[in-house]
Write a protein that binds this ligand. Sequence first.
Ligand SMILES: [Zn+2]
Ligand SMILES: [Zn+2]
Length: 285
Amino acid sequence: MTTEVVLTGTGVPHPSPGRAGPGTLVRCGRVALQFDAGRGTVLRLSEAGTPTTRLAALFLTHVHSDHLVDLADVAMTRWILRPVKDAGPLPIVAPEGAAARFARRMLEPYDDDIALRMAHVDAPAPEVALTTFAVRATPEVVWVSDDGSVRVSAVAVHHEPVEAVAYRVDTPDGAVVVSGDTRVCAEVEALCAGADVVVHEACRATALAGAVAGTTIETIFSYHADTVPLGAMAERAGVPHLVLTHLIPAPDTPDEVAGFVADVRQGGFTGRVTVGRDLSVIRVG
Ligand SMILES: [Zn+2]
Ligand SMILES: [Zn+2]
């Protein structure tokens, strides 16, 4: 089997050319799992060769618009493609609370459009198959593939005041951790034990501390993962390959990309580092 990670979006709310909103695709053989659905996810999935009709499940990390603004598009596109490929309702896995509420309500603004499309081609209503789980401080399995070969676990992370989770995908080829949004935290460190690839959000808070001191940006930085302690955490956890995404600030030049690498090295990380770009593909195992 081949397991690989495809970054469907490495951006943040501030638009940056070439960077879709946050999202990570993990493919293991025929099992395709999407984590979050930021701006442009449907297009990036299509470009990655995994259209929405191929997703076995879509997992939400938390309710910040940048992570789920394209969720309805994923579900609607899957539904509209039904005459070409009937993939059934989109399975969504979400923490109980705000994320589950969002998934339940997301198609409501499309009521009129859906009614007209249904009448026009005699289609059934679009559905999502929502599975929710309680957010816990220790990892719990929240999804298992039909053949039992792929398991996804979730754990609470620290993105306060927003409740958020990180996920870990265990496959026969190895394990992938997807941090979602979080400060550097012990929960993700524990989740990384034995993982082959860690896709982690990254914010150059230490490098930019002087420039943002006393501003709202400093407050925003405070609930993201400072790249210097992130490097230290990844080293402690023995991470072989750290993939940085949700890049704050989005790097435009080689020097700006190198800044992210320098930060995690400053933190002591000695493994492989990839500063993510949209549609970067990372082999696992
Ligand atoms: Zn975010
Ligand atoms: Zn967030």
